[in-house]
Design a protein around this ligand. Structure first.
Ligand code: NAD
Length: 246
């Protein structure tokens, strides 16, 4: 691992355009489980609460589960060293931006400024009627489902549900960044969720070097990863920070 870490640091120090592509794994050490796997969220909750049709037909059933997962539970999480080192890399001009599949706001909480959120952000709710967006802190979640004060519609978390399209700007800028970067740093994703999973393939096709950090191989590892660093994001980023900044 030590040798690969040094190679990664050297590639990152030389690169003029690095993009980080992150998934649920980067937030595991902040206490947020991924969706899949033995201890994943879907081993405890039924994923249909995030299906668009189900949500609108059964908001009284879906909202209490959504509140439990994304507001009571995610709400307690704090950024870990992987988030804060990526933010430091951005400040020190070693990272152009983060493209994330996560909806937990932890990159921004860790200090990152340029973050393209491919699947939206759980901190915001949207009224499907008047399209007004509200920060979760300004919404009373003690009465479920929460409703828009203007038109009475059930508010929906402003992240991408199953059966919903990707926000235009995030889609466009994420693929644009993938096509322009010299190095893509993939952190903590299985690469199983389409179309987000295509972003690293786009980067690789356009000639980027792919560095991947994950305790387990992903669908990228054997196909496009040039340098695989096996391990937990927090542990790896702690070591990487020393190599990059000392
Ligand atoms: P996933 O659940 O499919 O896979 C998680 C990946 O993280 C796996 O490859 C696993 O080996 C790796 N991992 C586990 N612990 C890790 C650690 N400590 N450090 C680094 N990697 C670790 O996640 P995905 O590929 O991101 O896809 C799931 C979808 O679910 C995404 O679209 C995302 O929007 C959503 N999701 C988001 C959050 C969040 O916002 N934190 C949490 C769960 C799911």
């Amino acid at each position: 691992m030590e040798k690969n870490l040094q190679k990664a640091a050297s590639l990152l120090l030389k690169s003029s355009h690095t993009v980080a592509f992150t998934g649920a794994g980067i937030s595991v050490e902040s206490g947020i489980p991924p969706f899949r796997g033995k201890d994943g969220l879907w081993s405890k909750y039924d994923p249909k609460v995030l299906e668009l049709d189900y949500f609108f037909h059964e908001p009284d059933v879906a909202w209490p589960k959504i509140k439990e997962i994304f507001y009571d539970f995610f709400g307690e999480a704090k950024p870990n060293v992987a988030h804060t080192v990526l933010a430091r890399m951005e400040r020190e001009k070693l990272l152009e931006c983060v493209v994330t599949q996560n909806i937990d706001n932890l990159h921004q909480a860790g200090g990152s400024k340029k973050v393209w959120e491919f699947h939206g952000n759980s901190q915001w709710l949207i009224c499907p009627g008047c399209k007004k967006k509200l920060h979760v802190d300004d919404v009373d979640l003690s009465q479920l489902p929460p409703r828009c004060v203007a038109d009475g519609e059930v508010l929906k978390p402003d992240f991408v549900f199953f059966g919903e399209g990707i926000p235009d700007a995030a889609y466009h800028h994420s693929f644009e960044q993938a096509s322009q970067c010299e190095v893509m740093l993939i952190v903590g994703t299985t690469g199983e969720v389409m179309p987000a999973s295509m972003i690293p393939f786009e980067a690789s096709k356009r000639g980027a070097t792919i560095i991947e950090i994950n305790p387990e191989p992903s669908c990228y590892t054997d196909k496009i990863t040039d340098l695989f660093i096996r391990g937990k994001a927090g542990v790896i980023f702690q070591a990487l920070e020393k190599l990059l900044f000392n």
